[in-house]
Design a protein around this ligand. Structure first.
Ligand SMILES: Nc1ncnc2c1ncn2[C@@H]1O[C@H](COP(=O)(O)OP(=O)(O)O)[C@@H](O)[C@H]1O
Ligand SMILES: [Mg+2]
Length: 634
């Protein structure tokens, strides 16, 4: 996690405050304008009342105490009490409104991003780490919604407080007010400078801190390697550098924070001195009252916090804007694969599928498929084999339209598949991949995703066809067993059987398996294979299998090398041809014999010949043996 966090933090400074982004941030508030107006009004009222209280204080001194006017004093007291209650109501309202508004804005942004992330094509995920995306969505939306709520609250409150204070001061004595006003800008500038520097140091501290966490992880998780490579001294040195960087920036942040308040206080004291000095002479001239001076002093203190608040919001705003910029950039990324405006529903995928001179590459000038052509009849089982990196997965990714051809056409039922809607294609395809993916929930829930209107009977029926039923009933809670997050409470083989049951339930018209049996034991493989065969009956299917024994029954086996069809035919035809497939097959078979049965080279040739002569009987024996073998995998 640390590496991602570090990068996330480092991105923070790339952005500059730009008007366009800021205006766009404000548009996020548009749908909730009533709430915004509501809280702006209540904040404004709160701060006007605040200023008015100070004014009332002046009245108490000038009218009630100096002139000893009792009825007036009582009137003021009543006003005071009633307005206090009113203000309590306003404060409650604006805090509540801001809280709700923040949640709404954040919800909007997350929903927008979530929907958009779902629409983005696989190519986007190939280039962007998922963990990073999640961190971004959560931390960035949080930050922007904070700016839009508490940032706006603080700013409005501060601006209102300063304005009302200034107004009341001007009413009491405009000459003295002018003197005080010259100090405000100075104070704002100083406060902003301080806040910015403190924030910078604070971020350096945090970034260094996550680097230190990273260093801890790396060193102690890889402690044996560290010791083995004699890297201890070097690591200690690096670690010391990190900690001293962190110490220095934390120290500077503390120093700046400590210096900040006294500085503000000294400036305020200066203003205070001016008020009392100048105000005093005004009193002797009869141009000002004692209550007036007192009110001035109160207004000045009253402005201190808002000014500091403004500075803080301003300093933090740049980071929120950087967050907003990232959010907008993500929201603006167009999905590479999307429906055409005039796309129609594909009525069925049970028709001829044709790759017509298809070119494809992920990155420019690195062709993966070139001039690839293939015709598949409805109901055919196609097996794709060949060396790793040959382009098998790419081929099925194109078929599923997770990617689209760069040149050439893929036709389904004689029609360019880009004429169809993505949803109508995807809903008719069943896919089982090498690493099965389950969602947290029960076994039943996970199969249920295949077809949401399926009944419980249909679910267990599907599980039986897929060969998953037998192991499910041995689970403590059977179909109600919780599979854990991502299915991590089950073995890979069990997860695979469940995802197969899910595919069975979905009744796809086109079925795709990409190395589905590569990471399971032989017994599970046999089970999966039986489920698979049941599923493929009457459907067009594409199967990529590492173990060639899985695909012997395919209607057509296609050997793919370097993005081209090197060879194709049935198992028997290809073996007879003694080409690529023959080599792959015998190699694998030989390897299995060698490793599993410990046969020497010369004996293998003999065994192979024997096998060819008695294949059917031997296959039966092997299958029977596989079924009798006790399994250590559930
Ligand atoms: N998302 C991707 N981005 C860039 N290159 C990729 C991506 N996926 C696969 N490739 C490249 O495309 C080629 C074919 O890969 P793939 O179709 O996965 O082969 P196979 O499934 O036969 O092992 C390889 O060279 C691989 O490195
Ligand atoms: Mg692959």
């Amino acid at each position: 996690m640390s590496q991602e966090l570090i990068e996330l933090e480092e991105e923070e400074y790339t952005s500059q405050l730009t008007g366009a982004v800021f205006r766009r941030i404000l548009t996020l508030l548009k749908p909730h304008w009533k709430w915004v107006v509501g809280f702006l009004i209540t904040i404004a009222l709160t701060s006007i009342l605040d200023a008015y209280f100070t004014y009332l204080n002046k009245q108490i001194v000038d009218v009630g105490i100096t002139l000893k006017d009792r009825p007036a004093l009582i009137r003021i007291a009543w006003t005071y009490g009633i307005f206090q209650l009113l203000q309590a109501g306003f404060v409650f309202t604006f805090i509540y409104l801001a809280g709700v508004l923040g949640e709404r804005v954040q919800y909007d942004m997350r929903k927008m991003l979530f929907n958009h992330l779902q629409d983005l094509s696989l190519s986007y995920y190939a280039q962007n780490a998922v963990g990073r995306l999640i961190a971004r969505v959560t931390s960035d939306t949080g930050r922007v919604s904070d700016l839009l709520t508490w940032g706006v609250v603080d700013t409005t409150w501060a601006v209102m407080n300063i304005t009302t204070s200034v107004t009341f001061m001007a009413i009491i004595n405009w000459r003295l007010a002018l003197i005080v006003f010259t100090i405000i800008p100075v104070m704002i500038i100083i406060a902003i400078q301080f806040r910015k520097r403190i924030l910078v140091e604070y971020r350096v501290t945090r970034r260094t801190n996550s680097k230190i966490t990273g260093a801890y992880n790396e060193n102690f998780q890889g402690v044996r390697v560290v010791k083995g490579l004699l890297r201890e001294d070097e690591n200690t040195k690096e670690f010391q550098q990190l900690t001293s960087t962190m110490y220095r920036s934390a120290y500077r942040a503390a120093w700046l924070s400590a210096l900040f308040l006294p500085t503000v206080q000294i400036i305020a004291a200066l203003a205070m001195g001016l008020i009392i000095g100048y105000g005093g002479t005004q009193i002797t001239l009869g141009l000002m009252t004692i209550g007036g001076i007192q009110a001035f002093v109160s207004y000045l203190t009253f402005m201190m916090w808002p000014i500091q608040d403004l500075a803080r919001v301003y300093a933090e705003m740049q980071h929120s804007i950087a967050s907003a910029e990232r959010i907008f950039k993500l929201a603006d990324t167009p999905p590479e694969v999307h429906d055409r405006s005039d796309a129609i529903e594909a009525e069925t995928l049970m028709g001829e599928i044709e790759f017509d001179h298809v070119d494809f590459y992920y990155e420019d000038r690195k062709p993966v498929l070139t001039d690839f052509s293939l015709k598949v009849k409805p109901g055919e089982m196609i097996a794709l084999v060949g060396p790793t990196g040959g382009g098998k997965s790419t081929l099925v990714n194109l078929l599923c339209r997770f990617y689209e051809p760069r040149a050439g056409t893929i036709r389904i039922n004689g029609r360019d598949y880009m004429d169809y809607t993505l949803a109508s294609i995807h809903s008719r395809i069943g896919i089982v991949l090498q690493t099965p993916h389950l969602f947290s929930g029960s076994v039943r829930d996970n199969i249920h995703y295949g077809r949401l209107n399926a009944s419980d009977e249909e679910i267990s029926e599907a599980a039986k066809i897929a060969g998953a039923h037998d192991f499910i009933v041995t689970l403590e809670k059977g179909y109600d067993q919780n599979v854990g997050e991502g299915g991590n409470l089950l073995s890979v083989g069990q997860k695979q059987l469940i995802s197969l049951a899910r595919a069975v339930l979905a009744r796809p018209e086109l079925f795709i398996m990409d190395e589905a049996t590569s990471s399971v034991d032989t017994l599970t493989e046999a089970l999966i294979q039986r489920g698979m065969e049941a599923l493929m009956k009457g459907r067009t299917s594409f199967v990529i299998a590492h173990r060639l024994s899985t695909i012997r029954r395919a209607n057509r086996i296609i050997v793919i090398e370097n993005g081209k069809i090197a060879e194709q035919g049935t198992h028997a035809e290809l073996l007879r041809e003694r080409g690529h497939y023959y080599r792959l097959y015998t190699q694998q078979f030989r390897h299995e014999l060698e490793t599993q049965y410990g046969l020497a080279e010369g004996r293998i040739q003999e065994a192979l010949e024997f096998y060819r002569a008695h294949r059917a009987e031997i296959d039966l024996l092997i299958q029977a043996e596989a079924m009798l073998e006790p399994s250590n995998n559930g």
